[in-house]
Design a protein around this ligand. Sequence first.
Ligand SMILES: *Cc1c(COP(=O)(O)O)cnc(C)c1O
Length: 364
Amino acid sequence: MNPIQVTRSSMPGFEEYVEEIKDLWKNHWLTNMGVKHKQLEKELLKYLDVSNIALFVNGHLALENIIAAFNLTGEVITTPFTFASTTHAIVRNGLKPVFCDINPEDYTIDVDKLENLINEKTSAIVPVHVYGNVCNVEKIGKLAKEHNLKVIYDAAHAFGVTVNGVSIANFGDAAMFSFHATKVFNTIEGGAVIFHDEKLYKKLNQLKNFGITSRESVGYIGGNAKMNEFQAAMGICNLRHVDSEIAKRKSVVERYTERLSDIKGIKLCKPQRGVKRNYAYFPVIFDGYKLNRNEVFEKLKTQKIFARKYFYPLTNRFECYRDRFDIGETPVAKYISDRVLALPLYADLSLEDVDRICDIILDK
Ligand SMILES: *Cc1c(COP(=O)(O)O)cnc(C)c1O
């Protein structure tokens, strides 16, 4: 049996990609907002149904740069049930992350615990649409308005998701998407920020290019976070197929759901009302099942099936943050993190393989 990884990158046909990059041998313009970059920007604005976008070399630097662009100070409220990137982006901007717990239903920030954490030092909220599950955007928006806070969504998992027909990219002051190889839509590595204030377009593009503001002036202490033309070309190709890739993911998720629903000790994410999903991940909670999470993980591994403890450990438990945070403050996040396993999921995962994975989990 071939090994099954937790994910597998979507790729266009070889010929299709070669056709797309051919132009680059004509103009020899490989990065710094070239033709492919501009084309991808335009196509993503349309696909995501938004007005402003800035592309980046990866999602993490997109997040770091939008946080920088808002000139935030003091404390930023976020959750520890996420990828390292979210917390690191806050800390690397010299800000203090304040961890809010998650809710036990969809694992997004618990809005009932949010207001208590807001104080005079708070400048922003960075919630995560984890697994493509939509945060309580209404309540977050209301609190942010009352307390004059910026809201920057980590929407790395949520490409293509809509809420009552509205693109997820539209919520908050800004939203970051990751186009990493493992995400639903990829540009090999890549990312973007969607934002409301159109004035940010210039600033973000300057920040990602060393802070150079004009030929002879450098206005910001920027880094280098530009998306190159080969990445953009990959994005142009992948965007043509993303809807059919999502449809294929859907049938994988439906088969998993069929096989693993209503089993004592196994809990699945419930679909959210009004949300068009992207089927990015299939997280399963093992809580009171005959095998615990780690045992299921090991059992699958013996058959060369590689699930992922996603997210474990919590970011507030990382060695690099040792002694800085108290994990006791986010008990639900800890509970879920100790029991969750993301099962293999990608567009080309066959339903036979899904059955085989379920058989192993269910001891059939
Ligand atoms: C993937 C991911 C990121 C970072 O994106 P990269 O493109 O890999 O830099 C940030 N946050 C979350 C939740 C992610 O899953």
